[in-house]
Design a protein around this ligand. Sequence first.
Ligand code: AMP
Length: 415
Amino acid sequence: MYKAPKGTRDLLKPNISVWQHFEQTARDVAQNLYNYSEIRTPVFEETEVFARGVGDDTDVVQKEMYTFKDKGNRSITLKPEGTAGVVRAYIENSLFNEAAPAKLYYFITGYRYERPQMGRYREFRQFGCEMFGSESSTADAEMITMLSQLIKKLNLKDVALEINSIGCGECRPVYLKKLKDYYAALPKCGTCETRIEKNPMRLLDCKVAACKSHTEAAPKPLDHLCEDCSAHFASVKSLLDLCRVEYKINPLIVRGLDYYNRTVFEVISNDLGAQTALGGGGRYDKLVEVMGGKPTPALGFALGVDRIVMLLQKQGETVAEHKIDLYIAGMSEQALLKSIEICNSLRAQNISCEVDLIGRSLKSQMKYASKIGVKNVLIIGDDELNSGIAKLKNMNTSTEVEVKLNASDIALLVV
Ligand code: AMP
């Protein structure tokens, strides 16, 4: 028997309704309440898009990408995240000519060659939002507020929203020098040994216990912000307070990807084993330029939908399953034809309806109807065809009523 490849899985009922609930809620919040419009970018991009957009030195690019040569000898990569593709699309489609800020949201399937474990897959799904064209703190605050509103609407419990500022091109070099000096003499894990040269801020979020013990005394970006970054962050915080968003400052958030500046944030769950990141994001003012566009301030976030769905299930969040309004059981060939005709007219009136597609006996049709949990059953045999009247059974109350065998009379009784 074939199996889904390692780190991938099939999403199907009954859990699929939780996925759909998340998607519907995220769409409602981003599109209907905050005026984001959906963007769908290709599943694969030229490898360079991610090498540049995510950053050559990141784990994602170094170790985790599904990269291959296509038949035209081009280097292609399955997207490991959403932002780089959206930035490429923003530039390619000249979205900077449209009303600013451009607000875009996406649902993507991402691919990373990781060691599969709980909440970590090789194929996973993200919901993300990106905004282009505003450097104002109001943009940061609005995006974080939206995220907080989405978490509330989903009724996710024990979830923390943590924010930080990691400064900009002005203040960061001075800070990084201090950070490197601090760590120079300290023992470090192998990864931190390389990171100190390539991506030193990530020393702050190393998960190895020995390295973790050094983070408390380490210099933090938040204490080294220039005046502008400081004022920007102060304003983000006071706007979040104004909107009554609950958040915590976490001076250790640096984010795994290279391109962030100023505000960064994470959504953390305490209910999925060790603290688990449900998502995160921040400002990336230099990325559009790095990707070949005009300098454009931007920010965004991505949520891991696999983990959110897992949490919703763990917290017992249930989504009412859609029930079919009517099952019509036909007891003869003629009766089946009548069932199909009525079923067809009812569906045209937006009434959900099913008939036998397998040639089952009445008994097995009734079993099937109760298995799928229909609300009503109508049984048609030769007698019913002759009299033009049949019995409609309400499966909830077990009551029966007589009804004329035509779609409009049946429609009145089944919804
Ligand atoms: P990142 O782009 O790494 O910041 O990821 C954002 C969110 O996507 C994370 O917080 C996770 O919730 C989710 N995510 C990232 N990688 C995976 C993965 N391999 N499997 C499942 N979820 C993931």
